[in-house]
Write a protein that binds this ligand. Structure first.
Ligand code: XIL
Length: 300
């Protein structure tokens, strides 16, 4: 096939991109979005600071724009993200009382998931809950500090009731290298959830890589998680300087794992990337295909 999405579809996978509502009026941008991608993740529009700026007051304009547009173009949606310590409004960070925070968290999850019920392929229910470095434990956050380790389980149980048709994912960065303590911490959590029947369907590997690309163990990591009985996905791929071989190894790691169901790049053109000046994407500032594009297409 001659596009990323169509080529990925030949093996039953999707190839997606992060998209920003503010760019949907740019014809070059939407031209590439519709031609190349069969899955979409809102880059910021579903985050807590965009959807519930004050308690119980929800706004969905930009998120609706992205979801409606993706649906009209037959693109799958990844929901991103429900419970995250970042891009969190100050009013949530200031809640110290556990019962209040539990109810606020569950209401946030239920309200977002209900609005888009049946229209989201996979939701990042909890994002980036594990600490960097050697502890293998959860990071400090308002959720962790007020609710304890059980907040992740609680979020997934709430999510399952809110939209039983969505796959429920845990999503994180720097969990691609199998031997890292952070990877092992997430692995133990997923193993425990599966053993105890806590609802979890997928693990998202953000895959924000440096110029060297993925660690050599990336495929092993994907396949070890998949062996626990979850799907795995590459959810936010970008690679400093976009070396074609680094992109090809990332794509091959997914292609070689049956339960790796799709790949999402974190933006379309280099000028759309959050990694300013690093040229980490598949299209140049004019929307032209870079060398990495061809290497990804060949690896799919
Ligand atoms: C980034 C967006 O790309 C930026 O526009 C925003 O300013 C900050 O967040 N991990 C995630 C994504 O899960 O939501 C982040 O997206 C990048 C890191």
């Amino acid at each position: 096939a001659s596009t990323l999405g169509a080529q990925a579809a030949q093996s039953g996978r999707y190839f997606g991109t992060a998209a920003a509502a503010g760019k949907l009026g740019d014809g070059t941008y939407t031209g590439i979005l519709d031609r190349e991608f069969n899955a979409v993740t809102p880059e910021n529009e579903m985050k807590w600071d965009a959807t519930e700026r004050s308690r119980g007051s929800f706004s969905f304009g930009p998120a609706d724009q992205i979801v409606n547009r993706a649906q009209a173009h037959g693109q799958r949606m990844r929901g991103h993200t429900l419970v995250w310590h970042s891009q969190l409004p100050g009013w949530v960070g200031g809640i110290g009382d556990a019962a209040t925070l539990r109810s606020v968290m569950n209401n946030h999850i239920t309200t977002l998931m209900s609005r888009y019920r049946g229209r989201i392929y996979a939701w990042d229910v909890v994002n980036e809950a594990f600490a960097d470095g050697g502890s293998g434990q959860h990071r400090s956050s308002v959720f962790q500090n007020a609710l304890g380790n059980g907040f992740i389980e609680e979020a997934f149980r709430t999510a399952r009731s809110a939209d039983p048709s969505a796959k429920l994912c845990y999503n994180d960065y720097s969990i691609e290298n199998w031997s890292d303590a952070k990877t092992q911490g997430v692995y133990r959590m997923v193993r425990d959830f599966k053993a105890r029947g806590v609802p979890i369907d997928c693990v998202g590997f953000q895959a924000h890589f440096g110029a060297g690309g993925p660690p050599s163990s990336f495929q092993t990591t994907l396949s070890n998680f998949a062996a626990l009985g979850v799907d795995v996905q590459i959810t936010e791929l970008d690679i400093a300087q976009a070396s074609p071989s680094a992109y090809a190894s990332s794509v091959r790691a997914c292609m070689n794992v049956a339960r790796c169901t799709g790949i999402t790049v974190w933006g379309i053109r280099d000028s759309d990337s959050w990694r300013v000046g690093q040229n980490p994407l598949l299209f140049d500032n004019n929307g032209g295909k870079k060398a990495a594009y061809q290497s990804v297409l060949s690896a799919l």
